[in-house]
Write a protein that binds this ligand. Sequence first.
Ligand SMILES: [Zn+2]
Length: 568
Amino acid sequence: MLPPARSLRILLVLLVTCCLSSRLLPDSAPAPDAQTRVAQLEQIYADAVDAIGVISTIDSGLFSTYREKDRAAWKRLYTEKRAQLVAGLSTLPTEDLSPSLSQADARVVGIMRNALQSTLPEDPNASSGAIGPPSGSCKNASRKDLDAAALQHALYSCFGEVGNNLSFEGKRVTRDSAIAMLGQIDDPQRRKALFLAFVPLWETINGKDEPDSPYRRRIKFAAAHDLTIHASPIDAAAKDLGLTTDEVEQWLEKILDTWRQVTPNQPVEPWDYRYVAGGGDRGADRALASTLSPESMLAMNYAYYHDLGADLKNLGILYDLEPRPGKAPITYTDYVTMGRIENGAWQPTVSRVSASFGQSGLYVLNMLVHENGHAVHYEAIHNRPAFMDIGDDFFCEAFADVTSWNVYDPAWQRKYMGREVSESAGLRSQYTMVTLEATWALFELRMLHHPEADPNLVWTEITSHSLHIIPHPEYSWWAQRVQLVDTPGFMINYGLGAVVTAELRQHIRQQIGPFNTGNPQWYPFVSSHLLQYGTERETLGLLRDFLGRPVSPDALVNDIRRLSPVPH
Ligand SMILES: [Zn+2]
C-alpha cells in the first residue's frame, strides 16, 4: 500500500484545480516575471517535499542521517523552506490568477497552496502523506472519551503492539506471517489454534462487538467525517471510474457472485478458508521451502523486474524488510526524495519499501512484488515538482497489482522459483486473495453507509453467502487489516482496484504481448502511457484514454470464470 490520506490530498488538489481552471482563460502569454517567480517557488516547494520525505524516513528507523544531516537539521531546513514558500505564495494574487499566470502555472500555485494544509503542514509530524511508527497506545482504544484522531492512533498501535505479537505454540508471530501460515499448516487443529491466536487483536479492535466498541466508534466517526467534510476513499474510487457508489456496490457484488459460482458450495470453517481455497499457495510455498527468506524473495523481484525492463538495483530503491520493535505495522512504499532536474540533469526519485517479513511464502512474495510496483511507479514519474507524486490511491494500488498477480502464474513460478503449481491451483490462489479484498471492500462500503450496523453480522452475511464460510459472528475475524481502522474505506482500492488491474493487464498484453515471465517493453510502455504524468492527469481520463473506452468489470469477471464452474 501507500501512505494513507493520499486520497484526501489528491481530491483537494483536483478541487483546487477544477476551481482554478473554471475561472481561467485559455493559455495566454504570461508575464515572464510571474512565470519565473512560480518556477523559483516550485524549487522551494520541492526542497520542502524532500525534507518531509527524509524526516519520515528517519522516523521510520531506516537510517538516522541522510546526506550527512540528522533529523534536527532536516527539520530546520523544512521550517526554513516552508516559511519561504508561505512568503512567496503570499505575494501572488489569491483570487483570479489568470491575468498574470498561464493555466499550468495557476494550477501549480493551487497545488502548492493546498499542500500547506495537507502534506506540508507547520508540524512535519502532522503531514497527511506520512506513515509513521505507532504514536498512540493500544490500551487507550477502550477509552470512550477519545476523539477521532486519538482513537485512530490507538487502534493503529494495536496492530503493532498486539497484531505483530500474536502468541502461537509458545512463539510470537507477526500478523502477516500468521496469515501466510493459515494457508500452509496441514493440521486443522493447529490452523484453528492459529486463527484463535488473533482473538486478542480482534478484541482490542472490536471489544465484544458491543455498540460502542472501539471499531464501532471509529466507523461512526469516519462516516460522519465523510458526510460533513470530505469524500471517503469509496467516493474517490467511484469518481475515478465515473460510477455512483451504488454502482460500485453492484460491481463488488458481481465479482463476489462470480467467485461464489466457481467455488464449491461446501461450507468451510474460517480457519480453513485460506488453506482450502489457497491450494496453489501451499504448493508454491513447499516448492520455495528451501530458499525462503526476504533475500531470496528480493532476488526473485530483481530478476522479474529486470526482465520487465526495470532494474530495481540501479533505480536506487531502499529496502527495509525485517521486523523490528516500534516499526509501522504495515507494508508500504514511500518516497525519500522526489526526482527533479538539478544542474540540467534529471536526478531520480529515491523510494523505499518497508515491511515486517518474518515468514516467507507466496502471500508475502505477492506483497513484495506489489510494493515494487509502487517503487517503479515512483521512478517513472517525470514531471515538474508540483506534479511529482504517485497519484491517487485507487489508481496506484490497481497498478501495483499488474505485476504482483503474476506470482500465481505457473510459468512465472517455473522461471523464478524453479517449480510450479497447476494453472487452476494458481488461479484459485490468486482469486482467493483478490476476492477476500473485494469482501473487505464491500464490508467497508456497507459499514460506512450504515455505521450503526453490527460489523460481525455484516461480515458474516457477506462471507457466508459469497465465500461459503460457516458463520461465526462471535468472532470479529474481519479485523485483520490495518487499513480498516487507519483509513476506513481504503480497502476499496484493492477490492475494486482489481477491476482496473485486470483491465490494465489485458490491455498491456494486447499492446506489447505477454509479460508474465518478462517483456523488456513493459516498463517503457507503462511509463510513457500511464505513469510519467504523476498527478498532472486525473485517473478517469487517463484510464479512458489508455483503454480507449470506460473501465468495465468484464475483464476481471471473465478471468475469474476461467476457473471451472462448480455445480451447486
Ligand atoms: Zn500498495
